[in-house]
Ligand binder design. Structure first.
Ligand code: GDP
Ligand code: MG
Length: 162
């Protein structure tokens, strides 16, 4: 079986946009409506000739159990099924209380976790993401799923640890 990279994060942070950027095609549904990706969708991908699977997660919208419980449940499943987690945050919003809930779970796994700050469309935004060090997940990696900034560097790092 191929190694699996899970894309995890709140609705609207740009998970599906990043998956599309990584795949180099538009397959994952990008929506302005949060929570459009239902549950999990797996795609085959390749970087520098190495095949792997990438899982776009969704279903993070609040349900009867409330937002934090539903997010925690999704995160748990994603962490279990993967070999590595890319935890995506919206650099323009910063870390929210819901992000903190997911981080609690991510800190418990021994699998590699990369903190990805999306929507850094411009180099001038890069200093702002330093605040994300406080999440305790190590260095925040700036990317723009929209423009492709930083994505190749991110994939190089991912492949080193996958
Ligand atoms: P998901 O819910 O996490 O899968 O988020 P989506 O991929 O559906 O994107 C949510 C919204 O953020 C859409 O309006 C995207 O166009 C926008 N978006 C995603 N990535 C970027 C980015 O790098 N820069 C900017 N400016 N907007 C982005
Ligand atoms: Mg999505």
């Amino acid at each position: 079986a191929l190694p699996v990279v899970a894309i995890v994060g709140r609705p609207n942070v740009g998970k599906s946009a990043l998956v599309n950027r990584i795949l180099g095609r538009r397959e994952a549904v990008v929506e302005d409506v949060p929570g459009v990706t239902r549950d999990r969708v797996t795609y085959q991908a390749e970087w520098n000739g190495r095949p792997y699977s990438i899982v776009d997660t969704g279903g993070w919208e609040p349900d009867a159990r409330g937002i934090d419980a539903s997010v925690a449940a999704q995160a748990e499943v994603a962490i279990d099924l993967c070999d590595m987690v890319l935890f995506i945050v919206d650099s323009r919003v910063g870390a929210t209380a819901t992000d903190e809930q997911v981080v609690k779970m991510l800190r418990k796994t021994k699998k590699p976790v990369f903190l990805v700050a999306n929507k850094v469309d411009d180099a001038r935004q890069e200093p702002e993401i330093a605040a994300l060090w406080s999440l305790g997940l190590g260095e925040p990696h700036p990317v723009s799923a929209l423009h492709g900034r930083g994505v190749a560097d991110l994939l190089d790092m991912v492949m080193e640890k996958l």
